[in-house]
Design a protein around this ligand. Structure first.
Ligand code: SF4
Length: 476
């Protein structure tokens, strides 16, 4: 009999990829996905620890699952990911009916652990070593992941895939929990990444997004040969079938000239660069231990714009970090105003136990003030995004069609013409009318309107290719 698996994923693209891999491994054990928690034999929550709010939500969800477990004691309840690594046995204390706790470096063990639980072996926990609990090699080995297993059904779309090229982080920004929960920075062998990309291309994938906490720090040495991100992009560029290559998230100091030249010279590499600045104040950047000054960030941005003039650059900012004065915050506003980011992700600082920030500095900005700064910065960025998108009106873009738009899905649109969504090469979201048969294609779209977040367009039909004509002919 098939068993049913319900999995919920929060957090970053790394977590989405991890869930894809866990599902792939459990499908081999006879599990099928369900969207219904009630009928699930196993419920897995793949968690995030970057902000307190994400953890609170997971514990609330666990609270709700207490009744499900009481109703069906054979239901396996598991907590995976960063919060599992961070809280470990605390999860069993707070939710004693949880069966399984597995950190991100141990996810390959999920199938056998579930088997043991189902066989009556009781609760199971598998986490990686803490950053001080062994030699660097031991810690690295305990954080290895299991990337070759893929499940196309769990990808954002069949035409897009994430490929992990690095795990962990050694930068130790003082606010960030990632180095503790995802372990030391390790780059995957280039040959493995290329082989995985070839496999994905063979399955019909058109766009690959390379993932790493600091993806542009990628560096893999085999004998005398060192492969860096620019070299890896050149190797991936040769794969037939792959039309687009993206990479996130970049560390400002590692945005090297050779990488920018690769973005400029390799047509499949998207001119889209996510390079989090986090603050526009040197005082705050120093307390965050980001390793660069705002002047260096500006230089990096100028170099990026000179080398890749049409690049869409996006950023992250944290407002209300410990000790951030109004003057510091205004320096951040100035940086956002002058940098003309395509968009920015803005977060209120959330203290994370176990980080240097939590140990060294009091979280002294009241929540109301953090909210005010968040809204002010968001207002500045949104006005820029709006202006920037307005300037795209009248332009024609090649759009990779991802599927029905959110509106279309909500309204349950069916029929010959539906509203579709896709992205330009520089990662702008475009909404337009089309047919389901266009999903997965690269289509020319002309933009006729724009909001801060979305471009609205028409498919340039005379270039739409035989599929559209075939459809018109067959519908007569
Ligand atoms: S670079 Fe800094 S913010 Fe990014 S994952 Fe590493 S420690 Fe966290």
């Amino acid at each position: 009999m098939t068993k049913k698996l319900y999995i919920e994923t929060v957090g970053c693209q790394m977590n989405m990829l991890d869930s894809e891999l866990v599902v792939a491994s459990l499908r081999r054990e006879g599990y099928e996905l369900t969207a219904n928690k009630k009928e699930a034999d196993a419920i897995l929550l793949n968690t995030c620890s970057v902000r307190q709010h994400a953890e609170d939500k997971t514990y609330s969800e666990l609270g709700r699952l207490k009744h499900a477990k009481a109703h069906n004691p054979h239901k396996v309840i598991g907590v995976l990911g960063c919060m599992a690594q961070k809280d470990q046995h605390l999860i069993f204390k707070r939710a004693p009916y949880v069966d399984l706790v597995v950190g991100p470096g141990q996810l390959h063990q999920v199938p056998q652990l579930i088997r043991q639980i189902v066989a009556g072996g009781g609760p199971r926990i598998e986490v990686s070593l803490d950053r001080t609990a062994g030699s660097n090699e031991q810690i690295k080995r305990s954080h290895e992941s299991f990337d070759p297993l893929r499940d196309p059904a769990m990808r954002p779309t069949p035409y897009q895939a994430y490929v992990r090229i690095m795990i962990g982080c050694d930068k130790f920004c003082t606010y960030c929990i990632v180095p503790s929960v995802r372990g030391p920075e390790q780059s995957r062998p280039a040959a493995d990444i290329v082989a995985e990309a070839r496999q994905l291309a063979g399955e019909g994938c058109r766009e690959i997004t390379l993932l790493g906490q600091t993806v542009n720090s990628y560096r893999y040495r085999a004998g005398d040969v060192t492969t860096r991100l620019a070299d890896l992009l050149a190797q991936l560029h040769d794969i037939d079938g792959i039309a687009r290559l993206k990479f996130v998230t970049n560390y400002p100091k590692d945005m090297t000239d050779d990488l920018l030249r690769a973005v400029r010279d390799l047509p499949k590499v998207s001119p889209y660069l996510h390079v989090p600045a986090q603050s526009g104040s040197n005082r705050v950047l120093e307390r965050m231990k980001r390793g660069y000054t705002v002047e260096e960030y500006r230089d990096m941005l100028q170099c990026t714009r000179e080398t890749v003039p049409d690049a869409a650059v996006t950023s992250d900012f944290i407002v209300g970090f410990c000790g951030e004065t109004e003057e510091d915050f205004q320096a951040t506003c100035d940086l956002v105003r002058e940098s003309r980011f395509k968009n920015s992700f803005i977060f209120k600082y959330s203290e994370r136990p176990g980080t240097k920030g939590a140990a060294r500095y009091p979280d002294d900005i009241p929540d109301d003030e953090k909210k005010r700064r968040n809204n002010e910065l968001l207002g500045i960025q949104n006005a820029i995004s709006h202006e920037d998108n307005q300037s795209q009106i009248g332009r024609q873009f090649e759009v990779l069609v991802e599927g029905p738009s959110k509106t279309s899905q909500k309204q349950g649109e069916t029929g010959t013409v539906i509203q579709l969504t896709g992205r330009t090469h520089c990662d702008r979201i475009v909404v337009f009318e089309g047919t389901e048969r266009q999903i997965g294609q690269l289509l020319p779209v002309t933009i006729y309107d724009a909001s801060a977040f979305t471009l609205f367009g028409h498919v340039v039909t005379h270039e739409a290719g035989p599929e559209l004509y075939e459809l018109v002919a067959s519908s007569k």
